[in-house]
Design a protein around this ligand. Structure first.
Ligand code: PMV
Length: 337
């Protein structure tokens, strides 16, 4: 296999960010924004990575860096480089990788997990290896561990499998096949943040207030059981209310802020069924669940202050994309008749 392209979706966490790090169940959904990675075998025995969106490129031999543009690209691309190095063990092989994405970065939508999953798959695919989802997840976690502190694995699992999933750290993943959701809005706070910093903040909270944290964990565990029942029963009104309760628990562990709280409040005042921060918190996105009848008016009122995107569940997780070089060759042959 000379060149292959894989894509992988973004994700939202409907219930359970941060609590999932400590073993609680989370419910997460893949959504219809995607990242793409094309891997090409090269004759030069080097690994090169180019990110279109970030405008970064770097090239390494097995001895070390040979080129980067602009400066520091190699540092920012290092997690992806580590994934490739773990897969490409033969020093004579060369690989060139190109990454592009529709997913807003650093905002809780799992952009790094999505790229890492697509990258691991494209690298395996271009070497002619079996692209097993479980292997892809293991390789993608190499990057996630470098990017975030103690990742639970929820992000890589949901983007690799697609659909709406139930995830427990170390306990595996199940797709909730019969669950459907009304419209979902993604509302951007405009505040940048880092998941790792937020995960550390929660770790400190747990250390300083162990009994308070334990109490909140018990409350969350009750909440997630009810949320799963409401999702399966199609009770969107209750799902929405439980999202708001989940947001309050996240505020108690210190990962919300006045902007995110007022976004949730505005969504509810405008008629949404529910809203909460999603992902690490501290900034990034709020998700809001809305019925069809009020969707446009909720969107309008949120859009006065924030960037709003409508989204839907992506049933597809990791996906092989049509081979561009074959596509180009076929269209050239057709043109040349
Ligand atoms: O990467 P983010 O911001 O979508 O957050 C992932 C969810 C956390 O629970 C905060 C961290 C984790 O690894 O589970």
């Amino acid at each position: 296999m000379e060149q292959v392209t894989y894509s992988s979706p973004a994700k939202i966490i409907l219930f359970g960010e941060h609590f999932v790090v400590y073993g609680a169940k989370a419910i997460s959904s893949a959504i219809n924004l995607r990242s793409f990675v094309r891997a090409t075998r090269t004759y030069r025995p080097t690994i090169s990575i180019r990110s279109r969106n970030l405008g970064l490129s770097a090239e390494w031999t097995h001895e070390g860096l040979v080129h980067e543009s602009p400066r520091n690209s190699s540092r920012r691309l290092a997690p992806l480089h580590e994934v490739i190095k773990a897969i490409v063990r033969d020093r004579r092989l060369g690989l060139s990788v190109e990454v592009w994405s529709d997913i807003p970065r650093g905002s809780g939508l799992g952009s790094s997990a999505s790229v890492s999953v697509a990258l691991a798959a494209a690298t395996l695919g271009t070497l002619g290896a079996d692209v097993k989802v479980s292997d892809v997840i293991d390789y993608a976690m190499i990057a996630e561990r470098m990017i975030h502190s103690r990742p639970s694995g929820v992000d890589v699992n949901v983007v690799a499998h697609g659909g709406i999933v139930r995830y427990v750290r170390g306990g595996g993943i199940d797709r909730l096949e019969d669950v459907s959701l009304p419209s979902l809005l993604l509302v951007h706070s405009g505040l940048p943040r880092k998941t790792g910093v937020m995960v550390e903040r929660v770790a400190r909270f747990k250390e300083q207030k162990p009994s308070k944290f334990a109490e909140l964990m018990v409350m969350y565990e009750g909440l997630i059981e009810e949320a799963e029942r409401a999702l399966v029963a199609g009770d969107s009104k209750r799902v929405g209310e439980l999202m708001v309760e989940n947001h309050h628990l996240l505020r108690e562990i210190g990962v919300s802020n006045p902007t995110l709280d007022s976004m949730v409040k505005l969504a509810l005042e405008s008629g949404a069924l529910g809203a909460k921060l999603t992902g690490g918190g501290g900034g990034g996105f709020v998700i809001s669940l809305v019925n069809e009848e009020v969707r446009d008016s909720v969107m309008r009122s949120l859009a006065k202050k924030y960037r709003v995107l409508e989204t839907s569940v992506s049933k597809d997780g990791l996906r092989r994309e049509p081979d561009q070089s074959r596509h180009d060759r076929t269209s050239r042959a057709l043109r040349e008749g």
